[in-house]
Design a protein around this ligand. Sequence first.
Ligand code: ATP
Ligand code: MG
Length: 414
Amino acid sequence: VIPCAILTIGSEVLDGRVTDTNSQDIALFLEEFGGQVISKISCDDDIEAIVAALRFVTPNARLVIVSGGLGPTSDDLTREALSSYLGDPLVRLPEVLEELARRYTARGREFLEINKKQADIPSSTLILPNCAGTAPGFVSHRPELSIFCLPGVPSELRVMLQESVAPHLLQLGIQKASQYTFRVFGLPESVVAARVSQLLDNHPLKLSYRSHFPEVQVKITQLTPGADLDDSLLSKIRTVIGPEYVFSQGVSAPSLEQVIGNLLKEQQLTLCVAESCTGGLISKTLTDEPGASSYFLGGFITYNNELKEKLLGVRKETLEKFGAVSAEVAIEMACGAQSYSHSSLAMSVTGIAGPDGGSPGKPVGTFFVGLSTAYESMSYEFSFASSRGRIRRFSTYKTLDLLRRRLLGLTVPE
Ligand code: ATP
Ligand code: MG
């Protein structure tokens, strides 16, 4: 395991104006190489603060990745700080200066005196080209310690990690670790973790769980460099989790909406949805996937009863007798969506997202999912007591997972 540290620089990161997504991107990148982030610091655009942060992280880290403060303005001080930390004067590189001048001119911007400082790097470091922006980065390699300085602009940082940092890591003999992800829905993280860890106790693998509500992601990283993950172990992991709960798996495991899209395409089926409590979230999720129009016909958002009647043909008597949040209404919503759109399948959901509107018989978090084809229709009742946002996300996943199970011929759990 390679101990790594992340240093993000910028007052805007400290005061909360900007969410520090760079450290997240850097951490995920380092994980791909089997790196383990042992510390992560954010500090102000201030030479002393940056030097102090470097002194704090470097005794234990093999790799340090710094982001931010490489711009041309007076508050961009990462260069000066590295020069001070390394005890190494800044030098101006003529070829970088030329390249900068060329880029500024190409963009129709004047190349000012202050911009020239972007061609300065500590003399013992190597330049890291930035093909996504103007400010190049630089790297200091010393025995047992490499420090990469990258720009703060997130889009530039991401490109440079892959295009400029990765080749240096390979040169240092740090290879991409084999990684594999299982994406799970319908089991709590603690249950998944208990099942998987019993199996992996004696393997040289790093196991990490990410709870991206409401799914749980299990990521396996091979710690032996260059070695692949063993197929029979991967299939054992799937079995121990519970195969029907693993909606996708792989080196880059697809999302639930991608899985559904693929199944619908393979089976040449189309889908329509009728949403109440999710307010369009199911349609939004399905259409996050490019090319969704080939199987997703569209959706109805019928939040109020009159619209459920007018658009979906839900009967007034059904609404009065059972209430809008009921198995009967869920079925009629799905039937209405199916017969209006002539889709192969229609899904519906109606529920109480709260915080108000619950009753003893139907507490907040109660929801019904309807499924209808031209030949049959059915509904399922679930309950998930939580906050409004989580109930909506959960019921969206539940509806999509129910569809997935239907398409795969699996049973539907409680
Ligand atoms: P520039 O040449 O644009 O000045 P820079 O290397 O000096 O680049 P910064 O000035 O630190 O970078 O930040 C540039 C932009 O990137 C700002 O809009 C800032 O909000 C954003 N940014 C900086 N650090 C982070 C971070 N850790 N996470 C997300 N965004 C960030
Ligand atoms: Mg800047």
